[in-house]
Design a protein around this ligand. Structure first.
Ligand SMILES: Nc1ncnc2c1ncn2[C@@H]1O[C@H](COP(=O)(O)OP(=O)(O)O)[C@@H](O)[C@H]1O
Ligand SMILES: [Mg+2]
Length: 399
């Protein structure tokens, strides 16, 4: 407002409407009246300017010759461009040179018969998705003098929707899996028990005995899968206590050795006694390392060395470093390709004929529940190292 008044005075040839006011043909009184009449309009202009500035949508308008007439902060933010004083009047193609896809849309607006009401496009440089509408600007005579684009950054909305869909899907799959696992558990136990009874009854038929032993083994295996499914699906409730990660690893080593097929595998545990105790669930942590060790055993097919080591570390999470325990499980198995490594944490993903694909999904769930993190270093032919970081105290416990 102030600016235009100043300009009107300084450049008498500037705006016709303002110039007339100064040209002396009108009486002083009428000039005051004119100013009074003009005041609400100036207020309107300011109002519109504030309105555009405060909009939570991006707005960008341009004249017929493709020059920028109006833009707000949200538009600058969405397009990731820095505002310049002389932006108004610049060709939009120049302003938006990082966004040729937007320029194309803007340039087409005067030729379109039907303007899109709710279209979307992806901004190349940032990957942001914007939803936009286009409108023509007409003067009092109905002549098209420009156009405007109104848009919104949909990236977050899109991500949230996607996550929600995924969660729904997982919840449905989870419920189904739990129901099936539950139904299968009892008949499986029945098969195992009855095969056992039968084996005792016909002690004098060794070939039948072998078959029955196989049946029992298979039933046990199926039962282990059912257990894993239930483990995965059940919501995790931690029994938190001051826990020694070293002890959890030791129990896991013992459990895996009794479970896994024996072969020529050495487990090399490097667990310093000085590790800090963490707030964690002893049972769940044992389960976590058992799953990792089981995979390492299975990957090596009976031969090689597994190294499991632990160390106290400080994790840098932006705030002051948090104390944590880092556990690394390294095997000399075949390793994984990048595509494979990307998928291994997905529930039910397995490359094994007898696998459940839930081992690492459960690992991830336990690590998450402890506010920890997990990553893997692997390449075909170079073995696999899985690193688990467990903070001494979870964030929401405060410290
Ligand atoms: N240490 C490892 N070395 C090579 N591949 C592995 C290793 N750990 C996991 N994988 C791969 O990840 C897949 C998923 O593992 P997991 O979730 O434990 O399910 P499962 O062991 O039942 O297949 C495995 O089938 C395997 O292909
Ligand atoms: Mg596994």
């Amino acid at each position: 407002m102030t600016k235009s008044r100043r300009r009107a005075r300084r450049t008498p040839g500037g705006r016709p409407g303002l110039r007339r006011l100064d040209d002396g043909r009108r009486a002083r009184g009428s000039a005051t009246r004119e100013a009074a009449r003009r005041a609400p309009r100036a207020r309107d202009e300011a109002f519109f300017r504030y309105l555009v500035a405060g909009m939570r949508n991006g707005v960008l308008a341009f004249t017929r010759d493709g020059r920028l007439a109006l833009i707000n902060d949200e538009a600058y933010r969405i397009f990731d461009i820095a505002p310049r004083r002389d932006d108004l009047g610049r060709p939009v193609a120049e302003l938006l040179q990082q966004h040729p896809e937007v320029v194309r849309v803007l340039h087409s607006v005067f030729d379109l018969h039907l303007l899109p009401n709710r279209a979307e496009l992806r901004l190349r440089p940032s990957g942001k998705v914007i939803g936009y509408t286009l409108g023509l600007v007409r003067d009092d005579a109905g002549e098209v003098i420009g156009a405007a684009m109104f848009f919104k950054d949909l990236t977050r909305v899109e991500q949230l929707e996607e996550r929600e869909r995924l969660r729904d899907r997982l919840a449905a799959v989870g419920e189904m899996a739990a129901a099936i696992a539950h139904e299968v558990k009892n008949p499986l136990a029945g098969i195992e028990v009855m095969a056992g009874l039968l084996r005792r009854k016909i002690a004098d038929a060794p070939d039948v005995q072998t078959v029955l032993t196989d049946i029992i083994t298979e039933a046990k295996m199926a039962n282990a899968i059912v257990q894993e499914v239930l483990e995965f699906v059940r919501p995790i409730r931690l029994q938190v206590e001051r826990t020694s990660v070293g002890e959890a690893v030791q129990s896991a080593i013992q459990l895996t050795e009794t479970k896994a097929r024996r072969g020529d595998i050495t487990v090399d545990a490097r667990l310093p006694a000085s590790l800090p105790l963490i707030h964690g669930d002893r049972y769940q942590l044992t389960q976590l390392f058992t799953n990792l060790l089981t995979n390492a055993y299975e990957a090596m097919e009976g031969r090689g060395r597994i190294t499991i080591s632990a160390a106290g570390v400080s994790i840098d999470d932006g705030a002051d470093g948090r104390e944590a325990v880092l556990v690394e499980v390294a095997d000399q198995g075949p390793g994984m390709s990048a595509e494979l490594a990307e998928r291994v944490f997905k529930p039910f993903f397995t490359t094994k004929s007898q696998g459940s694909g839930l081992g690492l999904a459960i690992v991830r769930k336990i690590v998450d529940a402890h506010d920890g993190s997990i990553d893997l270093q692997t390449a075909p032919g170079h073995g696999t190292t899985i690193r688990v970081t467990l903070p001494v105290t979870a964030l929401d416990e405060g410290h």
